[in-house]
Design a protein around this ligand. Sequence first.
Ligand SMILES: NC(=O)C1=CN([C@@H]2O[C@H](COP(=O)(O)OP(=O)(O)OC[C@H]3O[C@@H](n4cnc5c(N)ncnc54)[C@H](O)[C@@H]3O)[C@@H](O)[C@H]2O)C=CC1
Ligand SMILES: O=C(O)[C@@H]1CCC=N1
Length: 271
Amino acid sequence: MISIGFVGAGQMAQALAGGIAASDADVAFIVADPSSDAIEAFSAKTNSRSVEKADSNADVFASADIVFLAVKPQYFVAATETESIKSAIAGRENPPLVVSIMAGVDIKSIQSRTAIETVIRVMPNTPCLVGAGACGMSCSDQVAEADRDRIKAFMETTGIVIPVAENLLDAVTGLSGSGPAYIFELIDALALGGVKCGLPRNVSDQLAAQTVFGAAKLAIESGDHPSVLRDRVTSPGGTTIAGLKALFDNGFQQSIISAVEAATERSKELG
Ligand SMILES: NC(=O)C1=CN([C@@H]2O[C@H](COP(=O)(O)OP(=O)(O)OC[C@H]3O[C@@H](n4cnc5c(N)ncnc54)[C@H](O)[C@@H]3O)[C@@H](O)[C@H]2O)C=CC1
Ligand SMILES: O=C(O)[C@@H]1CCC=N1
């Protein structure tokens, strides 16, 4: 039995625990969060696995094999009190493996604040709630291969996992971590376009979301480059080239590139 701890039991913690709990891994959870609503919602997602409510964040470090840090980066310092973590792990043969999902906060800061050297950073995204997540992952040098593989397997219960060098995790955050928000904007904008052209809102909403889903599925399953797939939609002198020209004239690519860049910069600042 593996004991998995969560410091912070919010939205992302619930999504990750839900994925792990739905797998056949033999796990139990221990969680700390000042919000009893969050803990209740967390318990509801864990497929009847055991969920213990810890009295403090240090208690999670005292007993869990793996501790997920799942608070907002702004609460990282408040949530990890170095001396209490040190005393919590003092009697243990090995300290827990620490897995941070926090944007921006680097491995070195986590090692220094928790006094634990075995630290993994992952950057998931909200589609992990439906098993379609995209996650970057990076480990400290002290993490054993078996532990890296175990965490990768846990994260894969919620979607794909791509190991990257730590200095690229801010860019992962800017692209796939924050990316779902850009795509929700795209879906809403597509639907508004449909409404502008006379479609009822509910019809427009369904067509817009399914179009984004279908295009993503085709890109993933065909393995063809998006530009090749785009050209297959685009008949000479047809409707699509007229639409694409309007997108390009209005700075579509530049907007998306700037969004990823701005979110990447913000991730760096949060660290
Ligand atoms: N929301 C997203 O799309 C993504 C978020 N992240 C990262 O995940 C982390 C959590 O984000 P969410 O789950 O969206 O936030 P959330 O607000 O849903 O959850 C954070 C939880 O931490 C709890 N908390 C606050 N202070 C605490 C403390 N001192 N000790 C213990 N728990 C405390 C809060 O009560 C809350 O339940 C953040 O660091 C964020 O950067 C990573 C990838 C995607
Ligand atoms: O907006 C944020 O800071 C978090 C990190 C990635 C997605 N949401």
